[in-house]
Ligand binder design. Sequence first.
Ligand SMILES: Nc1nc2c(ncn2[C@@H]2O[C@H](COP(=O)(O)OP(=O)(O)OP(=O)(O)O)[C@@H](O)[C@H]2O)c(=O)[nH]1
Ligand SMILES: [Mg+2]
Length: 383
Amino acid sequence: MIEIQNKPLERCVVVALRLGDQTITQVQEYLDELSFLVETAGGVVIKRFVQHAAEINPKSYIGRGKAAEIAEYIVANEIDLVVFDDELKATQQRNLEAEFKVRVMDRTGLILDIFAAHARTAHSRLQVELAQYEYLLPRLAGMWTHLERQRGGIGMRGPGEREIETDRRVIHNRIAKLKKELAEVDAQFRVQRKNRYNCLRVSLVGYTNVGKSTIMNYLSGSDVLAENKLFATLDTTVRRIAAEGTRFLLSDTVGFIRKLPTQLVESFKSTLDEVREADLLLHVVDVSHPSFLEQMSSVQNILVEIGAGDKEQIVIFNKIDQYRNPERDPYDISEGADTQRTLDELQQMWFAKEDNRCIFVSAALGINMNALREMLFKRCAVH
Ligand SMILES: Nc1nc2c(ncn2[C@@H]2O[C@H](COP(=O)(O)OP(=O)(O)OP(=O)(O)O)[C@@H](O)[C@H]2O)c(=O)[nH]1
Ligand SMILES: [Mg+2]
């Protein structure tokens, strides 16, 4: 059995529907991301299932034939957990668990579980717990009643590895209490932020794992945790930067993801206040990621959702050291043969598009980071 720190990894399969005109590549990229989420949560993906369908089955999400095929695979391969790349309705989840006889989770449940495992401060723990219970409440009926509950498994963890409560009445009380406690913490933070009103405020924002904390550390000399994990950062860190005629506050905060659960956006409102109140956003992008354009638009959508869509932005294209230039066949004139650009072409295109309000760097290797610092200092210069 595969183990990490003596803890056996849960054996998972991931499942996605390919709907309408979605391409196979697109669905595979979604499943790459879902697999990374599973790994971050302490699981290992043994197999992927994709079904091409015209529509979602209201009872079981996927078609009956596919469900039977997966059920057979689960028994033959000792699978512990099935994760779907979309939000499941309570009935769909229940029906699937009845058929598979193992736990079934959706993308939202998985993201919440990772947030629970990574929450370190009292503030983020409160926010995560609230989001988990808001998610759980409509799904409680019949949940896990036919399954032996697995203690501490993926999807069963609250903040601080505590097991989550599943009694409806207790949850209602807990939600009310959490909301009250959060309101108190928010009031404290509001007072703290008031002291910052006369200072220029700059916020690092972006998709998860793109290098926000690495850039924060580089620019401010602090040591925010930066690792190859999704959602390593859950709290907002603010650092004062003063040098060479410049003075501003720089903040690093929680990363975003495609289909970020609404419960999380809602309960992380106060963590995201720093972004909402910022004068300038540094939108960090992992340009080496095949879906970086889609990630940029996910980030933009969430910024709009939290009321920060119109703010001034500088785009930082990070991880250029990892960018793979396409190997082009000069004689290939077929359609799509040159859709992937070289780093040079990409830079030219974005400089023109963003009117030079973007920069290409490698935070890890320190490439172009002095230029970033200069650009930022110039923008934030005290007049
Ligand atoms: N190759 C390469 N890796 C980088 C670069 N910048 C950051 N990384 C790595 O990318 C991973 C994520 O970096 P973080 O700084 O934690 O990213 P983040 O955006 O703060 O991520 P979350 O807080 O989890 O949302 C780490 O393993 C970094 O070492 C870069 O320029 N090149
Ligand atoms: Mg981070």
